[in-house]
Design a protein around this ligand. Structure first.
Ligand code: AMP
Ligand code: ZN
Length: 495
């Protein structure tokens, strides 16, 4: 029997602001769409957190036995610099600055995105469609919205008529805004805009002569509005109505609100049953932002090559750190937090690695493994509550350590439950990797050798033989091993 028949999964639905028992539209199948990255720059750690939350959700749904079709798109056109309907296309802007083709920008940062996600042990989505690969579908949707009377064409552009839509639909139902307030808080149109109302949004924009990313359409040579691609790709691969739509909290408005409006305008039904929003990542209490310098990219974090944190952290430690908080909470990245996560993760993995040597007795166990296993499921069934799951995993760690100290016993049957449950939750669902026995960087021998060189370098420095100490550091760097001197000594990372 599939696990989903035994386990009652509840998910917090942003549309209703409550946890609901999850019932897919077609029993046994789940359709999930997550807004992917706009590939105009290196993926940052905030993006990684959001995608990691949905990777964990994807993993748990699969574990429960659902056949999941997980669609995560790549935005490679239509996302403008001011996130609304003005400004330059983010990708075209980068192409102009770098003097390369927009598709070179797309390729460069799509590859970077995949490389980074691979380092963090992400599962690939089932389909990863691109906006530029679905221009025809987007044009067809615009035609349909025009036919239904919810859009207007003006000077080669097409805009969604929010006021018309709101006459018999509810624009703002996801973000809890209402149109009257939006009208109140909007700046008046500046006379440059073709829109009837500031709340309207672009479905198709006529390209100015300098706009290089353009496609033919019945209205003009131009490009689709940003919100449209997700409606086109989710409908194409998951249908007019599907189970889960996710993204970062910042996408709730206007992006997701506009997706709902577009789909309802076409099909007169709500496109998504459960809307899920992952919360933001901060650093040292401040919003992570490239412009203020309060940001760190994943490679800098993994290599230790940064001025913000004291050392390098392995992908699993960072993943563990992120999983220690609920996907719906704001998470603050700090050195202390990462150090604590590293310690805790090591303890967990050490306990798991000690299992083969654990003495199994014929006695009964002093720990109720059946109840514990169900508590792990209960945590995940409660809107994917990974911090509670981790607390449960540590009850098992405590028990394992008690057995090692001769203060507790475990039966053979319970031992098997313990081992498989830990493997399932730690490795398959949280997506952590058991690399600690070999050190986070790969091999035990490598780390022992580098530790030896670090020691020899320290001795050289004591003897004021700086030529030798620099030689050790530089030659290690040449083969891709970086040394980092911190207040607690020297650490190393590999790239
Ligand atoms: P973008 O590439 O800007 O379209 O963003 C890709 C995804 O990352 C979206 O789901 C965003 O909501 C999410 N995101 C952006 N910044 C952060 C952040 N600081 N913390 C968490 N998620 C973020
Ligand atoms: Zn989207």
């Amino acid at each position: 029997m599939q696990l989903y028949k035994e386990q009652e999964l509840k998910i917090y639905n942003s549309l209703t602001s409550q946890k609901e028992v999850f019932k897919p539209i077609n029993e046994g199948y789940v359709g999930m769409y997550v807004c992917g990255p706009t590939v105009y720059s290196n993926v940052h750690l905030g993006n990684v957190r959001t995608f990691m939350s949905f990777d964990m959700i994807f993993r748990y749904l699969k574990h429960l036995g659902f056949k999941v079709r997980y669609v995560r798109n790549i935005t490679d056109a239509g996302h403008l610099t001011d996130d609304a309907d003005d400004g330059e296309d983010k990708i075209a802007k980068k192409a102009r600055l770098e003097q390369i083709e927009p598709m070179e920008v797309v390729q460069l940062y799509t590859v970077d995105f995949h490389n980074i996600l691979n380092k963090f042990n992400f599962l690939p989505p089932s389909i990863e469609p691109t906006a530029t690969g679905h221009i025809i579908e987007q044009i067809e949707i615009i035609k349909e919205i025009l036919d239904k009377g919810f859009a207007y064409q003006i000077n080669g552009s097409v805009y969604f008529d929010v006021h018309k839509f709101n006459e018999n639909h509810n624009y703002g139902k996801l973000s809890g805004r209402n149109l009257e307030d939006l009208v109140h808080n909007s700046r008046a149109l500046d006379g440059q805009s073709d829109k009837k109302n500031p709340q309207d949004f672009a479905l198709w924009k006529k390209a100015e002569p300098q706009h290089i990313m353009r496609w033919p359409s019945p209205w003009s040579d131009g490009f689709p509005g940003w919100h449209l691609e997700c409606t086109a790709m989710s409908t194409k691969y998951l249908g007019e109505q599907f189970d889960i739509h996710g993204g970062g909290m910042d996408l709730k408005f206007p992006h997701h609100e506009c997706e709902i409006a577009q789909a309802e305008a076409c099909n007169n039904q709500s496109p998504v049953n459960v809307w899920m929003h992952a919360n933001m990542l901060k650093m040292n209490g401040q919003k992570m932002s490239k412009s203020t310098g309060n940001s760190i990219n994943p490679d800098e974090l993994l290599s230790g090559n940064n001025d913000i944190l004291s050392k390098a952290y392995s992908p699993s430690v960072i993943r563990f750190f992120m999983m220690q908080s609920s996907y719906r909470s704001i998470l603050d990245l700090t050195d202390d937090g990462l150090l604590a996560a590293e310690k805790a993760f090591k303890k967990l993995i050490e306990a798991m690695n000690s299992l083969p040597k654990l003495e199994v007795s014929n006695n009964t166990s002093n720990f109720d493994l059946t109840t514990w296993k169900q508590s792990c499921y209960d945590a995940m069934n409660d809107d994917f509550n990974t911090p509670i799951l981790i607390a449960e995993l540590f009850s098992a760690v405590k028990f394992i350590n008690q057995i090692k100290d001769g203060k507790a016993t475990i039966s053979k049957e319970d031992f098997n439950t313990l081992k498989t449950t830990l493997d399932v939750f730690v490795l398959d669902i949280l997506g952590l990797q058991n690399v600690s026995e070999n050190n986070a960087n790969g091999s035990n021998k490598l780390s022992e050798t580098v530790e030896l060189l670090i020691k020899m370098r320290a001795e050289a420095r004591i003897n004021k033989d700086f030529a030798l100490s620099d030689k050790i550091r530089d030659e290690l760097a040449e083969i891709g091993i970086q040394l980092k001197d911190g207040k607690d000594g020297t650490t190393f990372s590999t790239n």
